[in-house]
Design a protein around this ligand. Structure first.
Ligand SMILES: NC(=O)c1ccc[n+]([C@@H]2O[C@H](COP(=O)([O-])OP(=O)(O)OC[C@H]3O[C@@H](n4cnc5c(N)ncnc54)[C@H](OP(=O)(O)O)[C@@H]3O)[C@@H](O)[C@H]2O)c1
Length: 277
């Protein structure tokens, strides 16, 4: 069994991959940003060993900050991703690179296929799309996996912030016009295990929990699961919330590239969230 090297291993996904792979008996090395900066070629050369399976979870994920920090977002998400792929190619390592549905503009009335044309509407999405291209250029057989709205239950960013605001007793506005699939990190890790083990995996794929929700639907489930009154939640529109970066409204990622290879769809987002609480 190959060694697994996880970059960005102190982040939401990287930390769960490291823990769950280790619990599953794999030889895994998880390196956080201080131990391995993916924009540093020398550090990558030292860190990646021949025939590793590298899972690149390192990313600049601050969607709003990226609007005024474009150079840094591109340095990590585009140049850094390309550099990881370059060293994987040199070391004959396999690469699984994480990307996002934010490469799309969110206007499609039907789910996005992997063949759909990307058109990001914010800097984060642009930098991630550039990263996909850089990875593909450096390592044509890298596995690129797009996902959306990751969570590991009530302690992670969106649920935790929502529960904190609810517990303060004030009305909490939540958008009804952003639609996607809240995705369980643990189910995504299982999906990545299946992808890596597949004899003929899709090179570009979408992996999200099954089913779709508005942010408001997701907030209602978070609140009810915590035993809170949902009357505090106030539906609003994205245009009512002033953020630096615009958000694509409807990003539903089709799993047809996934299921076409016999890979199992991820469980439904509602069941996954309840299981994570
Ligand atoms: N979370 C989501 O809802 C979501 C949705 C779609 C796709 N994704 C993708 O999934 C992947 C993992 O996301 P996540 O939610 O786990 O993000 P995260 O929690 O923000 O973790 C990303 C990690 O990358 C690290 N990092 C930043 N710059 C780095 C660099 N130059 N070198 C090495 N590490 C660096 C960060 O460390 P510091 O904190 O020290 O900077 C952080 O620990 C990313 O590719 C992201 O684009 C996430």
């Amino acid at each position: 069994m190959s060694r697994v090297l996880v970059t960005g291993a102190e982040g939401l996904l990287g930390s769960r991959i490291t823990t769950l792979f280790r619990n599953g008996g794999r030889t895994v090395v998880g390196l956080g940003s201080r131990e391995l900066d993916i924009t540093d070629a020398t550090a990558l050369d030292d860190a990646i060993a021949p025939r590793d399976v590298v899972i690149n979870c390192a990313a600049y994920t601050a969607v709003d900050a990226a609007e005024t920090d474009r150079d840094r977002a591109f340095a990590v998400n585009a140049s850094g991703a390309g550099l990881v792929a370059r060293f994987c190619a040199a070391k004959r390592a396999r690469l699984v690179h994480l990307s996002t549905g934010y490469v799309f503009d969110g206007t499609s009335p039907t789910p996005y296929e992997t063949s759909s044309s990307p058109r990001p509407i914010n800097v984060y999405g642009e930098s991630k799309l550039e990263g996909e291209r850089a990875v593909r250029d450096e390592l044509p057989d890298a596995l690129v996996v797009r996902t959306m709205w990751l969570h590991a239950g009530p302690t992670t960013a969106f649920p935790a912030a929502l529960l904190r605001r609810c517990s303060q007793g004030n009305p909490v506005s939540v958008v009804t016009d952003q639609v996607s699939s809240p995705t369980s990190v643990d189910d995504l890790v299982d999906a990545l295990v299946a992808l890596i083990a597949h004899p003929d995996p899709p090179l570009l794929t979408h992996a999200t929990s099954t089913g779709t929700a508005t942010k408001y639907d997701f907030a209602r489930l978070i609140a009810t699961t915590a035993g809170l009154d949902t009357a505090q939640l106030r539906p609003c529109l994205t245009t009512d919330v002033h953020t630096a970066a615009d958000r694509p409204r409807t990003v539903v990622l089709s799993d047809s590239s996934w299921t076409a290879r016999g890979l199992k769809p991820l469980p439904h987002w509602r069941d996954a969230y309840r299981r994570a609480t």
